[in-house]
Write a protein that binds this ligand. Structure first.
Ligand code: ADP
Ligand code: MG
Length: 695
């Protein structure tokens, strides 16, 4: 019989977490670590040595042989370089060693990670430094130590450093506001994040037969199958045994790594699923989401499956997103986006809400850039994801409150009262469960905001850096003003009212898919940055650079470097897709169709010889031959255009968007028409109905 799983024992069994530290460290060292995490103090080398020794002992007991500084370079995935614990003890023996110095700092040969020119070639090295706020864990016999990654000149080369900076900054500004409300206890305000992760599962054998999936993560060809998601029977549907086995394995793997995997269900498209963890601090959430994505792929492999994290693996069916649920909470356990039951709690809530609304309005373009990737372009604005225009959904109840503050009107018919911030109590605001249509890019869902624009393969670091920083900026402005006020209550009311009035345009409760909304949004002056190529330049808009530099999130050089990396990544992705397409057309599709056409022609001739009618063969062969020539020509155009790629990075990105993608769309049209014509046994790859219903 299979051993019964004891979840509480399994959970976190591969994590050097707080309990393990408490158990294995001297109380002085545990205290020093705790102080370092909660108050940002530094650790001395003797404490680091003791922690390193305890970590090593624990890891070796669990079978680990190596350790690695685990970091998140600008590639969007994680990086690790493994060193074994062994040291020669002489006489042909070894001992297992790990020092505080090795724990705290590492020097990976980092010259091949993208740096956007931040690391001059003469100083190619970067260093990694331990992030004591994220627990170390064991993965495949290696002790993984979460670290930040910087260049020797101190520039951030990763996604964690700016996230930590932004978390500190929003905490600092939020505390200024809390002090104004008489809160003298809160020491730290923490951004809380719960990223919902969507993914597709397909059969590994079929995946192996699709070069496009292997090279680019998405299908570059594929006619619409007879059945897609029309029946809407997959969402929350019963989970098939093979998928259930995968999900169970995934849960257990994630639980052992301390990831709070909570819900799992089928998504809208066939073969599409979702995993959502319980939210945690933004830093841990981001680390855990990276671990989750990695494990989703690894566990799939064990089950003869492949997990696709691309935003749009299949045209015509829903793509995958990563809803980023975000809020702020105090170390005393208060969620600052939760409406309360007293006038003071509500005033605080309305102030944070106003700051958020103003921030999203002021920095729409900045938020948009954080989700701008070549992959997400296929999803945003399509029927399953929010449009590329940012707006905020508040739901009817909260909207009524906002309206009454703006217009000094009654907020409930029953009470006939003007709502005075800081004096009155809000009507109960329930979580809006009617908002299931996913059309709003930023929805208030009772006690948090759900940012729905991020794509499924994205690190959640970028969007959360932006949310934290924007919030820090607006809270700082508010604090500057309110700290000077003579009458806090009336200044507060005025500030909330003024802010909501000035930023109404960003509020929208209607259907985001409606074309009328896009026109309306334009009238309101909202940004509509349709593609990543349109959006990315906003990364270096002066106001956005100013925001980041002012709050110490990035230096100007860091912003520009990141911009460069994103731009180059866009071009790289589209170029790889174009080359893969050319390869498949020339080596697979054209030869296969040619063979099929020749066979049809031969059969037509045979039939003619036998005095039989041969319309089917002749007509099909003609259509196929015409399409074949068209596809060959379109492929030639794509090849030539690819060769003409401009040298400048920004010009190349635009060119990919304006020239290569339309070329590819044309070629795909012809190829998909050929797929429909061609006999199944001749078509050189599995088609959509096989891929989507393979598991
Ligand atoms: P839905 O599908 O309705 O969006 P899910 O349960 O799938 O709901 O996902 C909600 C996510 O939001 C979960 O990861 C949950 O832990 C997270 N969440 C809940 N409350 C908060 C909060 N206060 N701050 C941040 N995230 C939160
Ligand atoms: Mg959601």
């Amino acid at each position: 019989m299979e051993a019964k799983l004891h979840l509480p024992e399994l959970f976190g069994s591969q994590v050097f977490n707080e309990w393990t530290m408490k158990e294995r460290l001297s109380s002085a060292s545990y205290g020093a670590w705790k102080k370092c995490v909660t108050e940002g103090t530094s650790l001395d080398i003797s404490t680091a040595n003791e922690i390193a020794e305890a970590m090593k002992q624990w890891a070796v007991e669990k079978g680990a042989t190596h350790y690695t500084h685990w970091f998140q370079p600008m590639t969007g995935v994680t990086a690790e370089k493994h060193d074994s614990f062994i040291t020669s003890a002489g006489g042909g023996k070894i001992i297992m060693e790990f020092s505080g110095r090795e724990l705290v700092r590492g020097e990976p040969d980092a010259s091949s990670f993208p740096s956007g020119g931040l690391r001059a070639t003469f100083e190619a090295r970067g260093y990694t430094a331990w992030d004591p706020t994220s627990f170390a864990f064991i993965k495949e016999d290696s002790l993984c130590i979460p670290t930040i990654f910087c260049s020797y000149s101190g520039h951030a080369l990763d996604k964690k450093t700016p996230l930590l900076r932004s978390m500190d900054e929003v905490s600092r500004q939020a505390i200024r506001i809390l002090r104004l409300f008489g809160d003298n206890e809160t020491k730290r305000v923490t951004a809380q994040v719960g990223p919902e992760q969507e993914y597709f599962l397909i059969d590994k054998e079929l995946f192996r037969q699709r070069k496009d999936l292997q090279m680019t993560g998405r299908t570059l060809f594929g006619a619409k199958p007879p059945r897609g998601q029309e029946l809407e029977d997959h969402y929350f549907g019963a989970i098939k045994p093979r998928v259930a086995a995968y999900m169970k394995d995934l849960d257990e793997t994630l639980w052992a790594l301390g990831v709070l995997s909570k819900t799992k269900h089928n998504e809208v498209a066939p073969s599409q699923h979702e995993m959502a963890p319980i939210y945690s601090d933004a830093n841990t959430a981001c680390d855990h989401n990276q671990i989750a994505m990695e494990m989703m792929k690894k566990v799939a492999d064990r089950h003869g499956l492949v997990c696709l994290l691309h935003e749009k693996p299949f045209a015509g069916v829903n793509g995958s997103g990563k809803h980023d649920n975000w809020s702020l909470s105090t170390d005393t356990g208060r969620n600052l986006f939760k409406p309360g039951s007293t006038p003071s709690q509500n005033a605080r809530f309305l102030l944070f809400l106003s700051a958020f609304i103003k921030g999203v309005d002021d920095y729409q373009d900045f938020l948009r850039t954080t989700v701008a990737t070549a992959g997400n372009d296929h999803r945003l604005g399509a029927q399953e994801a929010p449009p590329a225009v940012l707006s905020i959904f508040l739901g009817d109840e909260l909207n009524a409150v906002v309206d009454s503050i703006i217009h000094d009107t009654h907020y409930t018919d029953a009470e006939k009262k003007m709502l005075k911030v800081g004096v009155d109590v809000l009507p109960a605001i329930r979580q809006d469960n009617t908002d299931r249509n996913r059309t709003s890019p930023m929805a208030f869902t009772g006690n948090k905001f759900e940012f729905r624009m991020p794509g499924s393969s994205l690190s959640v670091s970028g969007p959360n850096i932006a949310l934290n920083t924007i919030m820090a900026e607006e809270l700082e402005q508010f604090a500057d003003e309110l700290e000077q006020a003579e009458d806090f209550q009336s200044a507060l009311h005025q500030l909330v009212k003024k802010t909501l009035t000035e930023h109404q345009r960003i509020l929208f409760n209607g259907n985001g898919y409606d074309d009328a909304w896009l026109l309306e949004a334009e009238k309101r002056g909202l940004c509509n940055l349709k593609s990543a190529a349109d959006a990315l330049p906003a990364y270096i808009a002066p106001k956005n650079i100013r925001l980041c530099v002012k709050h110490g999130i990035y230096t100007e050089a860091e912003v520009r470097a990141r911009y460069e990396i994103h731009v180059e990544n866009y071009t790289a992705v589209v170029s790889i897709e174009a080359k893969t397409m050319i390869d498949m057309i020339r080596h697979d599709i054209l030869p296969a169709v040619s063979k099929y056409t020749a066979e049809l022609a031969r059969r037509a001739a045979d039939k003619a010889d036998a005095g039989l009618p041969y319309q089917y063969e002749a007509v099909t062969a003609r259509e196929a031959a015409e399409l074949t020539d068209r596809l060959m020509e379109q492929c030639r155009v794509l090849i030539n255009d690819l060769e003409d790629m401009p040298a400048g990075p920004v010009e190349a990105m635009r060119y990919c968007h304006d020239t290569l993608l339309p070329d590819m769309a044309q070629a795909r049209n012809s190829a998909d028409a050929l797929e429909v014509l061609t006999a199944a046994e001749y078509w050189p790859m599995p088609v959509y109905s096989q891929l989507l219903f393979s598991v």
